[in-house]
Design a protein around this ligand. Structure first.
Ligand SMILES: [Zn+2]
Length: 260
């Protein structure tokens, strides 16, 4: 039986960029607004965060911003993020502090998913072994090495496993080498699958379009992961939540509301 009680999507920043970064080979020249999300899960035995958004300092500090968001690599500029969107601020509105989070589960280590680790330091961090290896390889510029080279209490994992009863880590490589989605059994509603960047937009799911960035250009692996998630959702009557889809995000319950 699931231990999950509540689920909240948390808006940690927004980013404008070319749609082809979300849909490979589609939407060039079309700028989209993308939410950068973290998700907080309350379970009977503690709290789990899926992803932690960006490192606020790398955006707010002009010098750091120039260094990390080089216009050559980020022609659309850095994400827009204010102090109230940092995780400690989200948690404070819920009457919590980072110490009340028991597990941080990182779907992948790109800058908009792992940068906020510095705001929840001290909490155990789950990540896949091959994701960490790929992130450290320097072969993908969407990793900011100092986001994840600090002394965090890492729990390096291999493959799929139950994070808690009712919360299962699902392997969905393609966008990155060790990308993981999260299956969440809610106490009342249908199960939710946080796709992570296996599917940025609803369109990635319906049309089976891979994300713009694929690890070592393995778009077949990315498509296979989308099909895997779709099959799982069909078999188990689960809802797939795309990760950077502003229209979809607007349909979700925001704090103080929640999903259950
Ligand atoms: Zn992302």
């Amino acid at each position: 039986m699931t231990q999950v009680k509540k689920l909240w999507p948390l808006l940690t920043a927004t980013h404008h960029y070319d749609k082809s970064l979300s849909t490979r080979g589609r939407g060039q020249g079309q700028i989209i607004e993308a939410p950068i999300l973290a998700y907080l899960l309350e379970t009977a035995n503690g709290r789990i965060l899926y992803d932690v958004g960006c490192d606020y300092h790398k955006i707010a500090d002009k010098k750091q911003q120039q260094h990390y968001y080089d216009p050559e690599i980020f022609p659309f500029g850095p994400p827009e993020m204010d102090e109230s969107q940092r995780l400690p601020a989200h948690l404070a509105r819920m009457g919590l502090t980072p110490a009340d989070v028991d597990v941080v589960f990182i779907g992948h280590l790109h800058f908009d998913h792992a940068g906020g680790l510095c705001d929840v330091c001290g909490t155990e961090v789950h990540v896949q072994h091959n994701e960490m290896e790929a992130a450290k390889s320097g072969l993908d510029i969407a990793y900011f090495p100092d986001d994840f080279t600090g002394q965090y209490p890492w729990k390096i994992m291999n493959g799929e496993y139950d994070v808690a009863p009712g919360v299962r880590a699902i392997s969905t490589p393609g966008h990155t080498a060790g990308h993981m989605s999260l299956w969440i059994e809610l106490p009342k509603g249908p199960p939710v699958i946080l796709c992570g960047d296996a599917a940025d937009l609803s369109e990635n799911i319906t049309d089976e379009v891979p994300p713009g960035l694929c690890w070592q250009e393995q778009e077949d692996q990315a498509i296979a992961s989308i099909r895997k998630l779709k099959a799982l959702a069909t078999d188990e009557n689960a809802i797939l939540w795309p990760n950077h889809d502003i229209s979809f995000w607007r349909t979700l319950n925001q704090f103080p509301k929640f999903h259950e």
